[in-house]
Design a protein around this ligand. Structure first.
Ligand code: HEM
Length: 144
């Protein structure tokens, strides 16, 4: 290998960023599955109480984990840009952030008065996992 063939700092930075991006997507997926489980926990823990009833902590873990998912989604978008994952991946990472944070929060609020929006909240959760899964599989394939 000649000096000009040796990978420069930019070439080595990308694989490292790509690995971190791939691992973050996996962490997001695992945390997303946990989020579904926490929703199930909250539902069975309601015990006849209203969602907004004083002292009702049934969904506290779900709400807290939503914050962690927000942090992960922001980090995924930043790494998609830094690791130069391409326009499609960056666009889908931005969509992932919007679906996870904005859409889920709005649907959770609307769902309290109109259960239809609660149903959309649950469905959007599946879409969020689907988008993250697609990005993860694409990232793993690009690594090979
Ligand atoms: C990946 C999947 C999901 C994500 C990212 C997600 C995200 C969120 C977010 C951001 C909030 C608002 C939190 C807040 O106001 O502090 C929320 C609340 C809520 N979510 Fe989810 N959610 C998911 C799946 C589900 C599922 C499957 C259900 C099942 C029905 C569900 C039921 C609820 C309920 C009932 C609330 C309101 C809780 C409260 O008022 O304290 N979520 N979720």
């Amino acid at each position: 290998m000649t000096d000009s063939d040796a990978p420069g700092p930019v070439a080595t930075a990308r694989p490292r960023g790509h690995r971190a991006y791939t691992m973050l997507l996996l962490a997001f997926l695992i945390d997303g599955v946990l989020q579904i489980a926490l929703a199930g926990y909250g539902t069975f823990d309601l015990d006849g109480r209203k969602l907004d009833a004083a002292g009702n902590e049934a969904f506290a873990a779900h709400d807290m984990n939503a914050t962690l998912m927000t942090v992960l989604a922001v980090a995924i978008l930043v790494l998609a840009v830094v690791a130069r994952e391409g326009g499609r991946a960056i666009g889908l990472a931005a969509l992932l952030l919007v679906l996870t944070v904005v859409v889920q929060t709005v649907l959770a609020i609307l769902g309290k008065d109109t259960p239809f929006f609660g149903a959309l909240h649950a469905l959007d959760g599946m879409v969020v996992l689907g988008v993250a899964g697609f990005l993860h599989v694409s990232a793993v394939r690009a690594q090979r």
